[in-house]
Design a protein around this ligand. Structure first.
Ligand code: CAA
Length: 384
């Protein structure tokens, strides 16, 4: 491995690997069928410090670096992608947004229970008609006395049902474009916040994805995150970190599919020998190993830049673009190596293939990553 991990990073990786392969993997295939949310697993992950890894200890976190975080997230994704997406959203766009933009009071009230894993959080940006273009969102927040009244529908919200706190964006000034979007902290149970349609998805089936409907939902002014107009910036900076997370998730699933394919190739016999002896399979294995290693280095590189507090928007998008496209190729090849068996639910590669499909879509499609990367490279911004 080119990137040299520290003893502490290796220790975290090994600890999470052992937990993930023993506890998370045990029920992953079953939960893919039943769609059961792994609440007990998240409780244990909270105890291990995995739900607010990069948050300072004083706010309930582990104060780990971003490299340790991507190692841990990859190990969880290796066993269960549904579990890893909840971990990713919680650690990055939820906890980090509160850390970066929250007041001391908001941190103590909301960040501490989130980072310690006592509760799950959600980030609600996307709407039925505003996905890649969040500036066109139509949810509104109108100031009335000492509160804001939020109206609108958010869509495809990870942990929409199982979260206890939602960070939601809404327009406070219709005429100000991205500077008219603000972000609010809304605890579940607030009158006017209703969980809507639960999506029946191709993959990530044990992670709930729902609509969240805000109907005259009133929150105190103290629940605005940052200032009025900061909402788009909060979402974009949260997504920078989130995109490294989705890349790490892609790496974990790719590694799982690759390991399964190698194992199968070494045991499956055709034409008198293990299929791993055939060059057609060996070359595929070589290509898969190369792609996975390239993604790993891009992820470490982006995470290290984040740790050094350097700007890393472009590198996060590069890692996300490459890793999410890579895992789709790797999981497809893993099925090919398994032949007909790979097409059945008796082998995990079928689940990996379905889970991986959304990685090039959520937290910014591959097309959006290319816009972000080319804007940074050319330094003359083109609109989508
Ligand atoms: N960090 C902080 N601020 C940023 C930023 C970043 N990475 N990127 C942009 N900004 C700021 C800019 O500085 C600018 O602010 P000022 O004008 O005040 O200086 C402002 O945001 C607008 O910047 P741009 O003009 O560059 O933005 P844009 O309008 O051209 O849009 C975009 C950029 C890349 C297309 C963006 O809209 C985008 O990323 N779209 C995709 C959205 C997305 O990823 N959605 C996924 C939903 S979340 C999800 O999937 C959740 C889940 O549950 C898994």
């Amino acid at each position: 491995m080119l990137f040299k991990l520290t003893d502490e990073q290796l220790m975290i990786q090994n600890m999470v690997k052992e937990f993930s392969r023993k506890v998370i993997a045990a029920t992953a295939a079953e939960r893919d069928k039943t769609k059961a949310f792994p609440a007990e697993n998240f409780r244990q992950m909270g105890e291990l410090g995995l739900m607010g890894m990069m948050i300072p200890e004083v706010y309930g976190g582990e104060a780990a670096d971003a490299v340790s975080y991507v190692l841990a997230l990859s190990e969880i994704a290796y066993s269960c992608a549904s579990t890893s997406v909840v971990m990713s959203v919680q650690n990055s766009i939820v906890c980090e947004s509160l850390l970066k933009f929250g007041t001391e009071e908001q941190k103590l009230k909301f960040l501490v229970p989130l980072a310690s894993g006592d509760i799950i959080g959600a980030f609600a940006l996307t709407e039925p008609d505003a996905g890649s273009d969040p500036v066109s969102q139509t949810a509104t927040a109108v100031k009335e006395g000492d509160s804001y009244v939020i109206n609108g529908t958010k869509r495809f919200i990870t942990s929409g049902e199982n979260s206890r706190v939602v960070l939601v964006t809404a327009k406070t000034d219709e005429s100000a474009g991205h500077r008219g979007i603000s972000c609010f902290i809304v605890p579940k149970g607030t009158p006017g916040l209703v969980v809507g349609h639960l999506e029946d998805k191709m993959g990530l089936r044990a992670s709930d994805t729902t609509d969240l409907i805000f109907e005259n939902c009133r929150v105190p002014c103290a629940n605005i995150l940052g200032k009025e107009g900061d909402g788009f910036k909060i979402a974009m900076s949260g997504l920078d970190s989130g995109r490294i997370g989705i890349a790490a998730q892609s790496l974990g699933v790719a590694q799982a599919a690759f390991d399964a394919a190698v194992k199968y190739a070494q045991t499956r016999k055709q034409f008198g020998s293990a299929i791993s002896k055939h060059q057609a399979i060996r070359f595929q294995i070589a290509d898969m190993a190369t792609q996975i290693e390239a993604a790993r280095q891009l992820i470490f590189s982006a995470a290290s830049m984040k740790d050094r507090k350097e700007p890393y928007t472009k590198e996060a998008s590069i890692a996300k673009l490459f890793a999410s496209e890579m895992v789709n190729k790797i999981t497809a090849r893993a099925i090919q190596i398994h032949g007909g068996y790979g097409f059945t639910k008796d082998y995990n590669v079928e689940r990996y293939y379905r889970d991986a499909r959304v990685f090039t879509i959520y937290e910014g499609t591959s097309e959006i990553q290319r816009i972000v990367i080319s804007n940074h490279v050319l330094k003359d911004k083109r609109k989508p």
